[in-house]
Design a protein around this ligand. Structure first.
Ligand code: DGT
Ligand code: CA
Ligand code: CA
Ligand code: ZN
Length: 584
């Protein structure tokens, strides 16, 4: 189903929430209300107009009368007047900086008011030339922090998150597939290799030469297109309206499909390495095919397998093509069968209304049983120290265990495993007692506070708790807004391994934590890994594939990932840890 309206509305509400947050004290309540509404709308399983038609908008959690009116207005007119007004009341361009450390609403407001700054460019300038240091409360340390935050933000501002790029790329592919002259189509470049951020979206099409023009004009006529950058016979580059990001479309003949796909998938480093080997063996590879150097005769080009095969290599999944040793592996016929989405048998990290999730336990379960073929899930709401996330205390955990029992009974299977995402406190202790933890099926321990000091000891102490099964989002980084915590990751992994504690590959689009490189390191060390969505709403459950992509980029097979196994095997994993720690 197409939920574009919900998404757009959710985005507007998030914007309104940010604007109110910027405006400050008096609007704090409104900011929270619109923030909640944004999440609620995004998590709806059906188009918002359905709820308007059957007059159930008011029944949705977090949607009061005022917000319901705005929704009606949006459905009718495609706009919200109040939103347009609000935008004019603030330096709108500065608002997306608010998520960066050091750029809170207070700071931005002061900068805006006292220096009359309202664009990012002016702000960066003032930071660099020292103007900002002249303000009260902007000492050297604060300014240094802001500069670092800005650098992180820059890295993602010019690129896209993988999740956003996949969504945009899929739309482009769908649009192009509408015309039958498109014989073959595939996303290429970093998007096909599933890198965590994407510079531009590369799309490859095969067609008969005479249809190229038609395909190009079909492409550029799409309402998705903001502006055309380059328009040639075989290549067009455009800017997308929604994201402002670039798409490169290339059209080739069908007998060049394999060589073009190989070439434009990259990575550049992989290609260069491959080409060097080809040359040594008397071949030349280009986007047009593979040729004998001697007589320039073309040997092949229509499939990727032929290109690799001619050199005596196995083909390998795009996620591996980063020149990290995959070519050597392929030459020895040792390319592993990487984990696939279908191998995942359960999701072990998700939140419900019992903490900061959007859905009730029943809603989650109903949805998962309908759309996923999982054998189990673990409910891991936050614990009490996560106050903003409305974390559970011991009493609530016991109550939830009871509730889960009831729902499982209703289902007739032990589908829901009880659990918690327990906070690792500043000294490495947990904020829930062992007595309670021992009653849960699955315990993930995570750091949600005090990121700034070295966290190695804290994580190690958490690993040493016999009831902790997994460390959640182990490095704590947020792509574009927060660096990894300072930690000795080598030591953490060794302890995780020796204490039989799993490390999480958190699949949230801005987390992707562990990332591909850390996951590769964990795999090599034999650390147990779990891929989880950390869902806070129904749509978040889809993030699982992002986690699988990370694992694939780290060359993981399904044996490296714990939640490809049956619940029985996961219980054995837990028992091994219990026995091991008790022996110490
Ligand atoms: P991105 O867009 O920065 O996320 O990364 P890519 O890998 O998508 O890079 P892009 O869009 O510049 O080029 C797409 C593919 O085309 C790239 O992965 C490999 C191929 N390619 C581009 N430039 C070169 C080059 O100079 N030499 C070789 N061998 N391949 C190239
Ligand atoms: Ca690209
Ligand atoms: Ca490109
Ligand atoms: Zn967390």
């Amino acid at each position: 189903m197409n939920l574009d309206t919900n998404k757009e509305l959710s985005r507007i509400f998030k914007d309104m929430s940010d604007i109110y947050l910027f405006r400050g004290a008096d609007d704090r309540f409104r900011s929270l209300a619109y923030g909640k509404a944004s999440k609620v709308v995004d998590s709806l399983p059906e188009d918002i107009s359905v709820y308007s038609k059957n007059r159930s908008l008011n029944d949705l959690p977090g949607i009061g009368e005022g917000i319901a009116e705005k929704i009606e207005e949006f459905i009718k007119t495609g706009k919200i007047n109040k939103y347009e007004q609000l935008k004019k009341s603030v330096p709108y361009e500065l608002l997306d900086l608010m998520e960066i450390r050091g750029f809170g609403p207070q700071s931005l407001k002061q900068i805006h008011k006292e220096l009359k700054i309202s664009t990012k460019q002016e702000l960066v300038q003032a930071l660099q030339d020292g103007t900002i240091s002249s303000l009260k409360n902007f000492g050297q340390k604060k300014v240094e922090n802001m500069l670092r935050g800005l650098k992180l933000h820059k890295a993602i501002e010019d690129r896209m998150l993988l999740w956003d790029a996949l969504e945009a790329g899929d739309k482009v592919v769908e649009w192009l597939k509408q015309i039958p002259e498109v014989k073959k189509i595939e996303l290429a470049g970093s998007l096909r290799r599933k890198k965590e951020t994407i510079g531009d979206i590369d799309v490859l099409v095969a067609s008969e030469e005479k249809f190229r023009r038609k395909i190009i004009s079909h492409f550029t006529s799409s309402t998705m297109v903001e502006k055309i950058l380059v328009k040639g016979d075989t290549k067009v580059s455009i800017i997308l309206k929604e994201t402002g990001k670039q798409v490169d479309l290339r059209i080739v003949n069908e007998d060049e499909w394999g060589s073009a796909l190989q070439y434009f998938t990259g990575s550049k480093e992989h290609n260069i390495h491959l080409r060097t080997i080809a040359k040594e063996r008397g071949y030349k590879i280009s986007e047009y095919g593979i040729f004998h150097i001697k007589n320039e005769k073309k040997i092949a080009g229509s499939t990727e397998e032929e290109i690799y095969g001619t050199l005596g290599f196995q083909i390998m999944p795009p996620e591996m093509r980063e020149d990290r040793g995959e070519i050597e592996l392929a030459s020895r016929n040792q390319v592993p069968t990487l984990i696939a989405l279908d191998d995942i048998r359960g999701d072990l990290h998700m939140h419900s209304v019992w903490s900061d999730g959007m859905n009730t336990i029943e809603e989650l379960v109903k949805h998962i049983r309908k759309y996923y073929s999982y054998e189990y899930i673990a409910l891991t709401d936050h614990s009490k120290s996560s106050r903003i996330a409305n974390g559970m205390d011991e009493k609530q955990i016991l109550k939830q265990i009871n509730e889960v029992g009831k729902v499982n009974k209703m289902l007739g299977v032990n589908f829901i495993k009880t659990g918690v995402e327990v906070d690792i406190l500043a000294d490495g202790s947990l904020d829930i007692s062992d007595e309670i933890l021992s009653q849960l099926d699955w315990v993930t321990a995570s750091i949600h506070s005090n990121f700034n000091r070295d966290v190695t000891k804290r994580i190690i102490r958490a690993c040493e708790n016999k009831f902790v099964c997994c460390i959640g989002h182990p490095t704590g980084r947020l792509i574009g807004s927060r660096e990894s915590c300072i930690m000795n990751i080598d030591m953490v992994m060794n302890v995780a391994k020796s204490t039989h504690t799993a490390l999480e590959i958190n699949a949230q689009p801005t987390r992707m934590d562990l990332n591909d490189e850390w996951t590769m390191m964990a795999r090599k060390k034999g650390v147990e890994l779990v891929i989880s969505t950390d869902s806070h709403s129904l749509s978040n459950l889809n993030f699982m594939k992002l986690g699988v992509y990370i694992a694939r980029r780290a060359w993981c097979t399904k044996n490296n990932i714990l939640n490809t196994k049956s619940w029985k095997e996961i219980e054995l994993f837990r028992e091994r840890k219990l026995k091991h720690i008790e022996l110490l």
